[in-house]
Ligand binder design. Sequence first.
Ligand SMILES: CC1=C(CCC(=O)O)c2cc3nc(cc4[nH]c(cc5[nH]c(cc1n2)c(C)c5CCC(=O)O)c(CCC(=O)O)c4C)C(CCC(=O)O)=C3C
Ligand SMILES: [Fe+2]
Length: 386
Amino acid sequence: MPDPRDPHPLPDRPDADAGPYDALLLLSFGGPEGPDDVVPFLENVTRGRGIPRERLKEVGKHYFLFGGVSPINAQNRELLDALRKEFAEHGLDLPLYWGNRNWAPYLTDALREIADAGHHRVLVLATSAYASYSGCRQYRENLAASLAVLAEEGRPALRVDKLRHYFNHPGFVEPMADHTLAALAALPEGVRDGARLAFTTHSIPTAAADTSGPVEGHGDGGAYVAQHLEVARLVAERVRAATGVDRPWELVYQSRSGAPHIPWLEPDICDHLEAEHAAGAPAVVMVPIGFVSDHMEVKYDLDTEATAKAEELGLPVSRAATVGADRRFAAAVRDLVLERAATERGLAPVRCALGALGPSHDVCPAGCCPVADKRQPPRPAAAGTD
Ligand SMILES: CC1=C(CCC(=O)O)c2cc3nc(cc4[nH]c(cc5[nH]c(cc1n2)c(C)c5CCC(=O)O)c(CCC(=O)O)c4C)C(CCC(=O)O)=C3C
Ligand SMILES: [Fe+2]
């Protein structure tokens, strides 16, 4: 077992050569930036997905509670700034672009800008660290659809690759562990040692979880659950080493949508808080390992809803910050860019990953993360084998 106190230095990549790539595209979810954006944004997100009307009204309210502004776009701007700084400091000359799936700046516009600047090979950083249809293939489908628009416009073809999943990269795990320690320190001292850890991520339909990742890993929970359990274990191990306390921890879920008769991953964080309280837990730290920034799913579902539930129970809780624009995460992105570029040049670079699962594949194999809903027509996806 690796020593959790080992700083896991990134491989010292002597070069700053991003070739054959000539652009990096930050690909994210997007979010509304004012009250008038909320309904059209939700329509973009849920088009053809069978989300009950009631649920949409409810989710709209979450956004209106925050003035109709999702924090996600500002957070992506911060990440872009951190990446620019990281690249400049290390002499990595790779222009950065940004496009979203569901709101401006849109993905198609970003790709058009990239093509018009004369670039040909694009590397994509998605703000989703794990496998699953929603977290990976859906982004690849959006890339394919946008590339098709550009082709119709008669623009020269872009070749697009996606960076591998980074959930187990030290630049993702280490900031998450530090933020968990900070959230523990924010609890009243008397309950700190007894506090339990609740790692949270987005619930998805169990059928989508079971088929997440490469075909040979399909089965109960699939790669989605296995990858999250691994990050939870890695973070819990680091927290134990730093505090000397071996705390009970669990992986739980949040932000469920979809029709009630379709099974989604459980337990929900609110039910979990109730169960922990009933079991005599003195406090709980919520650790949103499923997300890359403190966007609305974190601000509403954890900081508002779950925190209100805990108050009602009289259970002290705190919430760990996500990695956001942490410079170790920016360094991880640089590391992954250089790693992939070297691989594409025919070299065999060090592939940095913590824990037992090893580095994820560079290219999604055929059958990876299929649409679980059989009524959905299969759509073309870019940056993969199928
Ligand atoms: C796995 C996963 C991630 C993590 C990976 C990633 O980051 O991509 C994620 C992120 C996010 N999800 C977000 C927002 C929403 N997700 C929805 C709906 C859904 N999410 C799903 C899954 C995921 N979602 C699923 C299976 C659905 C059901 C409909 C469908 O199959 O597509 C809906 C519709 C209403 C509702 O029912 O909640 C909204 C508004 C925002 C923006 C937050 C902000 O504005 O700050 C972000 C970052
Ligand atoms: Fe979502």
